[in-house]
Design a protein around this ligand. Structure first.
Ligand code: PLP
Length: 407
């Protein structure tokens, strides 16, 4: 089947602006609050906390910065304040999601910690609670877990939290991709002792960049705010008792985020429609969409699919390149991604699991049973689909037909 390339590129996920954003940005400009303080920053903190059902938000330059401060705060609470040139997790193992963006766990490494990766649950594509339980048996000294929600489709983070509590461990929830999603009626971002959300350009709402740390502890919020502004003490000169960071959100970026928040539910509804259109369009194909875990409501940020194993054509991947052998009735992520790209549409591979990454290959990896590796399997058979909420239904129907034609 011959398809015409899309005239305008069909993207994976791009920002969707509405008009309110520029009003808040303009006001910052006109009143000269062109800095990391101002009404927009205060409002983002208030709204983020309220929406996420946490008491306090700390507006930061990125979710990675938020995760870094979460990790540092957790490390100091668990192991005490480190010497100036040492990380807060120096030499300590930390259980981390395996199939996620590296930003989930890089901050563990910034603080000298050693990530041990927990396999993915086949039924949810999130951290496997059974594997986590097993990991605590193998590494009883571990006191910190960093768990991310995948593509806005949460697993049972409430069960992960229970396991952490039973083992006396703290939980950091990386809800970068899951803002507005719920588990048992509770907002993602509200399960961690400390949590982080992202306003990166491709997320469900955006500030062009930015992130927010969420906590119920007023002292933690105050400490994160202080660290994020170079750790200046309340003194008559530049006085420092802690290492500092330049992590605060700009009042201009905060204006964009502030203008986006009223549209969160609308974006979720659009993304849900995209997911359902794919699910419907693929009902006769040997593929499965991202699983929806019982008792959860996703934000549907990125639609993704896996191809049933019997319908995978031969695909090989080395460290940086992939190839495949086309076969009638079968396909693979490489073929589909190449076909989409050739027609001016953007898909992506599933996050390559961290235990498969060259940098982390010597680190521990715990699955629910010896020899299991769910993450590697989903990575091999899966891909993220164009999920831009400005894609028209006609465009999406063509994407569906293109994918069908690969089989
Ligand atoms: C799961 C996850 N964690 C962390 C991040 C980092 O967020 P940011 O780009 O705001 O630093 C992202 C995406 O960017 C992400 O997808």
């Amino acid at each position: 089947m011959n398809f015409k390339a899309f005239e305008n590129k069909i993207w994976l996920a791009t920002p969707t602006m509405h008009g309110e954003e520029i009003k808040y940005v303009k006001k910052a400009y006109e009143t000269n609050w062109m800095s990391t303080v101002g009404e927009n920053v205060n409002e983002v903190e208030r709204i983020a906390a309220e929406k996420s059902e946490m008491k306090y938000g700390v507006a930061l330059s990125s979710c990675t910065a938020a995760l870094h401060l979460c990790v540092k705060i957790a490390g100091e609470r668990l192991y005490g304040k480190p010497a100036v040139s040492h990380g807060a997790l120096e030499g300590k193992r930390v259980f981390c999601s395996d199939m996620t963006f590296a930003a989930t766990l890089n901050p563990v490494v910034y603080e000298g910690g050693i990530p041990v990766f927990i396999d993915t649950e086949a039924d949810s594509w999130n951290m496997d609670p059974v594997a986590l339980e097993r990991a605590f048996k193998l590494y009883p000294d571990v006191k910190l877990v960093v768990s991310a929600e995948l593509y806005g489709f949460p697993g049972r983070i409430d069960l992960i939290k229970d396991i952490c509590e039973r083992h006396g461990a703290l939980l950091i929830e990386d809800a970068a991709e899951a803002m507005g999603a719920t588990v048992c009626g509770r907002q993602c971002g509200s399960f961690g002792d400390y949590s982080a959300i992202s306003y990166n350009g491709n997320k469900i709402i955006t500030g062009s960049s930015g992130g927010c740390l969420l906590t119920n502890d007023i002292d933690v919020a105050a400490k994160a705010r202080k660290w994020s502004t170079q750790s200046r003490e309340n003194a008559e000169w530049y006085q420092h008792e802690d290492v500092g960071y330049n992590y605060r959100m700009s009042n201009v970026v905060a204006g964009v985020v502030r203008g986006q928040y009223p549209h969160l539910e609308e974006h979720i509804a659009q993304k849900k429609e995209i997911y359902e259109r794919y699910r419907n369009g693929f009902k006769d194909l040997p593929v499965q969409m991202n699983p929806i875990t019982p008792d959860t409501e996703p934000n549907y940020w990125l639609s993704a699919m896996v191809i049933d194993r019997e319908y995978m054509c031969h695909q090989t991947r080395d460290e940086k390149t992939a190839s495949y052998v086309s076969e009638e009735g079968k396909s693979c992520p490489t073929e589909i991604l190449e076909r989409l790209a050739s027609l001016n549409a953007e898909g992506r591979p599933i996050w390559k699991p961290m235990h498969m990454q060259p940098i982390f290959r010597t680190h521990g990896f715990v699955s629910r049973e010896e020899g299991y590796d769910v993450g590697a399997d989903i990575f091999e058979r899966g891909l993220c689909l164009p999920s831009d909420n400005k894609m028209t239904s006609d465009d999406q129907d063509i994407i569906i037909d293109i994918i069908k034609s690969c089989f």
